[in-house]
Ligand binder design. Structure first.
Ligand SMILES: [Zn+2]
Length: 541
């Protein structure tokens, strides 16, 4: 809803995805000439000027974020570096800020990439936040710095970029112009082409599947809520607890859709007729069906038609015939929250002014509706790190013995470690916590877990629901990410993240529920000291 214009106050514009693009210098903007102090040797990469001008024309601010250890090593002077930068601006146009680390690896500074210091500095100088920035760079250090600050990373590999750096990148583009295409495409995708004249009436939104799926759909549902009088959410039993945490939802219908689950139960005609009756009773003016890329919205669209819903929007590669009014298509690899936002936009809905396009929970979370004893869900005092060893899907879980070693390593580094898990994971959390943590397995519901994660300095977790819970409450995540699905699509969204695990393992992109590779090497190989280092990267001091 647009705020009142009384008093001459102008409504804030709907925030786009990004305010700024940060660019690595050597290998990204200009050809990498090691320790270059000579302006004559500046050679822009092909298409750089035109690509940067397109970003400028889109209203994005630009900064350079660059490690220049040649200063510390005495290979060139600051005056020579300034001459090089003047030449770069002469060739590529002006930058709004230059963030430069003059240190060497041995200085232990907080600005040398992969540390996120330069990203924080550039965002501050440009008057924005890291989560509203994209960093384009050519090596893994750039991506690590971007993610650790909560920014988006786009890798533009060069011949010196290592294959494992390409595998681990959230997004990779062929070259700088292609990276710019991708940034601008993603920004356009979440903006409605044809904004609505007035508010919609009752809109039925649908997201089946588990808690994480429901949480990442939150921004899309908020966009619908911003333009509708009433929002009814249809979710499955596994997503119900997460649905209860989402802002913008007026009513929840919990109903398992038999064709969604794997293994899928048989379709029961009596149940389907009962669902149609329930959906008819909603009297929705329209419906927006959110799905994962491997799900079809069409079976449910047919039931919604039978329930009399006049306008239905969904993402569908399959020909929908008369089942959809708005058939939206999305390229592979888009972050799930943006996928949902882009469907909402295609249906004509945008986030309210001032509503950031990240994950969010209800503001009244924990103040009502929690019947558990306070002692069980109270947030412990003082700083602590949470390790959540379980996963909704076995292929994405770090083995228990490795999680125990991680707990021991974090405790040895001076952290108080809480180990969390659901009621059915008590055996697992007890085993993992025995290595030096406090076992909270089975003591909280999802809202209680959200409060514990919100109070944590950092969450160590696989690709499962609590990772998205952390994103929703702004807690940094050490993501033990099995590459069975794309990290750029399913990684914690717009929150500081350190990615660990073998991104190039043979299970990559298999979507396997059970790891198809003997020994589960993608996560068994996670090194506990690397987890300690990742926590230090995300939570300095
Ligand atoms: Zn530095």
């Amino acid at each position: 809803m647009a705020p009142s214009a009384a008093g001459g106050a102008r409504p804030e514009p709907t925030p786009g995805l990004y305010d700024a693009v940060l660019l690595d210098r050597d290998g990204t903007l200009v050809e990498d000439v090691p320790y270059n102090g000579d302006p004559e040797k500046v050679r822009p990469v092909p298409g750089a000027r035109e690509a940067l001008d397109r970003l400028r024309a889109a209203g994005l601010r630009l900064a350079v974020v660059t490690n220049q250890s040649g200063l510390a090593r005495g290979y060139f002077t600051e005056a020579q570096m300034r001459a090089v930068h003047a030449r770069i601006e002469e060739l590529l146009g002006p930058f709004d800020h230059w963030a430069i680390c003059p240190h060497d690896d041995t200085d232990g500074c907080s600005c040398r990439k992969p540390a996120p210091g330069l990203v924080h500095e550039a965002a501050r100088a440009l008057g924005t936040a890291p989560r509203r920035c994209v960093l384009v760079g050519d090596i893994g250090r750039d991506m690590t710095a971007a993610l650790a600050a909560g920014a988006t990373g786009v890798l533009v590999p060069t011949p010196v970029t290592r294959p494992e750096e390409v595998a681990a990148a959230p997004t990779a583009a062929r070259d700088l112009p292609a990276a710019v295409d991708e940034i601008l495409r993603r920004m356009r995708a979440v903006r409605p082409v044809a904004p609505r004249a007035g508010r919609a009436g009752t809109v039925l939104v649908v997201r089946s599947d588990s808690a994480g799926d429901v949480l990442v759909t939150g921004p899309g549902i908020r966009a619908v809520a911003a333009g509708a009088r009433r929002v009814v959410l249809l979710c499955g039993p596994r997503g119900r607890a997460a649905a209860d945490l989402l802002p913008g939802v007026d009513e929840i219908i919990e109903w398992p859709l038999p064709w969604i689950d794997a293994p899928a139960p048989p379709v029961d005609p009596t149940d389907v007729h009962a669902l149609i009756d329930r959906l008819t009773a909603v009297a929705a003016d329209e419906a927006v069906i959110f799905t994962s890329f491997h799900q079809s919205p069409l079976p449910l669209a047919l039931l919604l038609r039978m329930a009399g819903v006049p306008r239905i929007s969904a993402i569908s590669d399959d020909y929908p015939g008369s089942l959809l009014d708005v058939r939206h298509r999305v390229p592979n690899g888009v972050p799930e929250p943006e996928r949902a936002l882009s469907l909402a936009a295609a249906a004509g809905f945008a986030l309210a002014a001032g509503d950031e396009p990240g994950l969010r929970l209800r503001a009244d979370l924990g103040r009502s509706g929690d019947s558990r004893p306070p002692a069980a869900t109270a947030v412990p005092e003082g700083g602590y790190v949470v390790v959540h060893p379980g996963s909704s899907v076995p292929a994405r879980a770090c083995p228990a013995h490795r999680c125990a070693e991680i707990v021991a390593a974090l405790a040895a580094d001076g952290h108080r470690v809480l180990v969390t898990g659901g009621p059915d994971e008590r055996e697992l959390t007890a085993r993992v916590a025995a290595a030096g943590g406090i076992d909270l397995g089975g003591t909280t519901d999802l809202a209680g877990l959200a409060r514990i994660v919100a109070g944590a300095r950092c969450l160590v977790v696989g690709n499962t629901g609590p990772a998205h819970l952390a994103a929703a409450v702004g807690t940094p995540v050490v993501s033990l990410f099995a590459p069975t699905v794309p990290f750029g699509q399913w990684g914690p969204y717009r929150v500081p993240v350190a990615r660990l695990g073998d991104a190039g393992a043979a299970c990559r992109d298999t979507r396997a529920a059970v790891c198809p590779v003997a020994g589960h090497p993608c996560l068994t190989g996670v090194d506990p000291p690397a987890v300690v280092a990742a926590v230090r990267l995300l939570v300095p001091g």
